[in-house]
Ligand binder design. Structure first.
Ligand code: KIV
Ligand code: ZN
Length: 516
């Protein structure tokens, strides 16, 4: 019997590329999505929700490309309870080895009345016909009652029973607004298990948002109550406060087998690699104290802890860093390190770059090693994130010269490459950052407003790299850009330009959505 047929097997349904990508500012290009899908497959997730094909041509194309290229995981496309949505999802999934259509409709009184403006009976009928239509394309159909945790129990039971009778093979219960608390959410799953007569014909899944910081706790409570699929995202990426974090669910199940005797198919050693890739391509920096994948998650600084750790690691360590693919690197990198050692270091840090990206990152590493006495692992992570983030950029910073100091005006002399064409200008401003951003605006005019400008030092020391984050907003579209360099102003220009590139991707997406 394959592991996934065992009663204690919990399927991991990853929605980083759908719900995760829906978070403001997290848009990814097609190539970036393909790379994330490849790493998710290597991670061993059971299902990859690759996108919402009706939402835009870009989403349709990325779901199709992921469907074509993925070797193991089931590829899933999201669809509302409309014929067009379901047909479009089926079309995008055509070449998948294993495909799933996930269709949903709201069932809570609030959503039915104000969002759908539909009576419960009409919602029920739309649900049944959407599932039947999806079943014409695949035997693997998932149905979600959106805002399930705030749905009246009688109606929820009736819908779930009807969905299974209509052909749904997975029933996903979302806590759409992250409102539930663990005891209550676990009890909701128990209630469905007890009251829905045909519940044994489907897998129960949960999809918990993190508005109260309870996404993971609610998911685990649901597993204890009988759910055998959990929907989650890498780094907890997702709308508003995000979705339940994949790495936290998987490591909680693995670490607390005594209380949670369940299995997943996840190769936990790939967690660090997946986390770093998602952070780099989404532009969402992982907070240092984030569970499992934060930079400090395995750092022991206080004297008492270090003393205990030296005597016996389990005194303060409940998981091993190696379990999530975080190996202590023995390679010390400096300006004499060659390409081979650099590749080896990247692999120890959880990165795998293709030859072209490796060349770019290696050249930047050499430049950095010339400027900095010691190149730390954190420097290499920042440098690679920065290289990966701008692989497909249409606008690039070619040259920046700054004049600043007590005697103004501060001046930025900037050359950008825009679609391969060089453009140069000189701008003055209220400080060097302002002058730089004005120069960018002159060379690439746009209406976006700067909402956030943040700098942090990657390591200690005055020669540390600066890592800059910039948030831009244009007509309700928000994007984040990142840049790293030993020169704070170069890092700032790179971050701003990175955000602009993301905005271009978003603009293209909304144009194609309007014409879809
Ligand atoms: O949060 C939610 O309810 C969703 C559904 C589409 C499953 O993302
Ligand atoms: Zn969601």
């Amino acid at each position: 019997m394959s592991k996934s047929n065992e009663s204690n097997y919990v399927r991991i349904f990853d929605t980083t590329l759908r719900d995760g990508e829906q978070s403001p500012g997290a848009s990814m290009t097609l190539n970036e999505k393909l790379r994330v899908a490849e790493v998710l497959d290597e991670l061993g997730v059971d299902v990859i929700e690759a996108g919402f094909p009706i939402a835009s041509n870009g989403d349709f194309e990325s779901v199709s490309a992921i469907a074509r290229n993925t070797k193991n995981a089931i590829i899933c496309g999201l669809a509302r309870a409309h014929n067009n949505d379901i047909d479009r999802a089926a079309e995008a999934l055509q070449s998948a080895k294993r495909k799933r259509i996930h269709t949903f409709i709201s069932t809570s009184p609030l959503h039915m009345k104000y969002k759908l403006q539909m009576e419960p009976a009409a919602v029920y009928d739309a649900m049944v016909s959407s599932i039947k239509r999806a079943r014409q394309y695949t035997d693997d159909v998932e149905w979600s009652p959106e805002d399930g945790s705030r749905t009246e129990h009688d109606f929820l039971c009736r819908c779930v029973e009807g969905a299974i009778a209509a052909g749904a093979t997975t029933i996903n219960v979302p806590d759409t607004v992250g409102y539930a608390v663990p005891e209550e959410f676990g009890a909701l799953i128990t209630m469905l298990m007890n009251r829905v007569p045909n519940i044994d014909k489907a897998i129960i899944s949960v999809h918990c948002h993190n508005d109260l910081g309870l996404g993971v706790a609610n998911s685990l409570a649901a597993v204890k109550a009988g759910a055998r699929q959990v929907e989650c995202t890498v780094n907890g990426l997702g709308e508003r406060a995000g979705n339940a974090a994949l790495e936290e669910i998987v490591m909680a199940l693995r670490t607390r087998k005594d209380l949670l005797p369940f299995e997943t198919g996840i190769n936990t050693k790939t967690i660090t690699k997946a986390s770093r890739l998602v952070s780099a391509v989404s532009g969402f920096v992982v907070q240092p104290n984030k569970a499992i994948v934060g930079a400090n998650a395995f750092a022991h600084e206080s004297g008492i802890h270090q003393h205990g750790m030296l005597k016996h690691a389990e005194t303060y360590e409940i998981m091993k860093p190696e379990d999530i693919g975080l190996t202590k690197s023995k390679l010390v990198m400096g300006k004499h390190s060659g390409r081979h050692a650099f590749r080896q270091k990247l692999s120890e840090l959880g990165f795998e770059l293709d030859n072209e990206a490796l060349d770019g990152a290696f050249k930047r590493f050499k430049d950095l090693a010339d400027k900095k006495k010691e190149v730390f692992d954190e420097d290499i992570v920042a440098l690679v994130d920065d290289t990966v983030a701008r692989e497909n950029d249409r606008i690039r910073v070619e040259k920046l010269m700054i004049a600043c100091g007590t005697e103004g005006p501060q001046t930025a002399e900037l050359t950008l490459s825009v679609d391969g064409e060089s453009r140069s200008t000189t701008a003055t401003g209220d400080g060097p950052v302002d002058a730089t951003f004005r120069a960018i605006r002159e060379l690439f005019p746009h209406e976006a407003r700067l909402q956030l400008y943040q700098v942090h030092a990657v390591t200690g020391g005055t020669d540390a790299q600066a890592e800059v984050t910039v948030r831009l907003e244009e007509q309700g579209r928000t994007v984040h850009g990142q840049g790293a360099d030993t020169d704070t102003l170069v890092a700032s220009a790179r971050a701003y330009v990175n955000a602009l590139n993301k905005l271009l991707v978003k603009r293209e997406k909304s144009v194609s959505a309007m014409s879809a």
